[in-house]
Design a protein around this ligand. Structure first.
Ligand SMILES: C[S@@+](CC[C@H](N)C(=O)[O-])C[C@H]1O[C@@H](n2cnc3c(N)ncnc32)[C@H](O)[C@@H]1O
Length: 237
């Protein structure tokens, strides 16, 4: 994929996404990029974890597969403003970082009426090392493919935001070996969240020992998945 081919489009909630003509795929749901990210990764991921964590952890580690535009990182950094007692360390994998001329055009902060300074820091910090974005948000932008990543922290991941292109477009990213590697890097009681709720994918996760929950999806999508490692789940379908 060449970033020159990317087209900026407006989704149903007014926020931008990018269309990749060679894949015939967008970075986010056409029904709303912000509403999708918020629902799956913030409300059902970060918010869920913070609301139910009994360990009163001081550090929370997130792995994101597919940093893309940085929208999930931005929404996470904004969300963490309400949790100053916890430090979020966010490790984002992205083998094809977007150039600044594209990220500068994205309208997320305008739609959110918030986060301009966070957005600039998220995009201006260096790739390949951890950067301090705010008092309690650290970002490690890692230009590495999921097949090759290594956890740079002394902690296992509490949460995984799996936001790769769809299985029909990049099937190698949805291979069980990828999820086995991710599982082994996760903390017991940690969760993986993703927009994909395909049957084969859920069977693969179950065969790797995940507790798979099928949840209502964001607007325009029926379902999503939250999969727990070694934690009992409330509603498994
Ligand atoms: C659906 S888009 C990402 C959406 C992103 N979270 C956002 O908010 O913009 C999928 C991303 O996965 C990245 N990607 C492609 N191959 C990858 C790989 N092997 N490992 C990790 N990320 C990959 C793509 O470059 C793309 O940025």
């Amino acid at each position: 994929m060449d970033s020159k081919e990317l087209q900026l489009i407006i989704t149903d909630d007014g926020s931008h996404t990018l269309y990749v003509p060679s894949l015939q795929e967008t970075y986010h749901s056409k029904f709303g990029a912000i509403q999708e990210s918020r629902h799956i990764f913030i409300n059902e991921g970060l918010g869920y974890w913070l609301n139910r964590d009994q360990r009163k952890t001081k550090t929370l580690c997130v792995l994101e597969v597919g940093f893309g535009t940085g929208l999930n990182a931005l929404l996470s950094a904004i969300y963490m403003r309400d949790h100053p007692e916890i430090c979020l360390r966010y490790h984002a994998l992205e083998p094809k970082p977007l150039p600044g001329e594209i990220t500068k055009k994205l309208n997320y902060c305008r739609i959110l009426h918030s986060g301009e300074q966070l957005w600039d820091r998220i995009h201006e910090c260096k790739w390949g090392s951890e950067a301090r974005i705010s008092n309690n948000f650290r970002l490690f932008k890692d230009p590495t493919m999921v097949a090759d990543f290594k956890n740079p922290y002394a902690y296992s991941y509490d949460l995984v935001f799996f936001d790769a292109f769809a299985p029909g477009k990049q099937p190698e990213l949805w291979n069980p070996s990828v999820f086995e590697k991710i599982r082994d890097s996760m903390a017991k009681g940690g969760y993986l969240v993703t927009y994909c709720a395909r049957g084969q994918f859920k069977r693969d996760l179950k065969s790797l020992g995940f507790n798979v929950q099928t949840l209502p999806g964001p607007s325009g999508k029926l379902e999503m998945v939250r999969a727990g490692k070694g934690a009992s789940t409330d509603t498994t379908t």
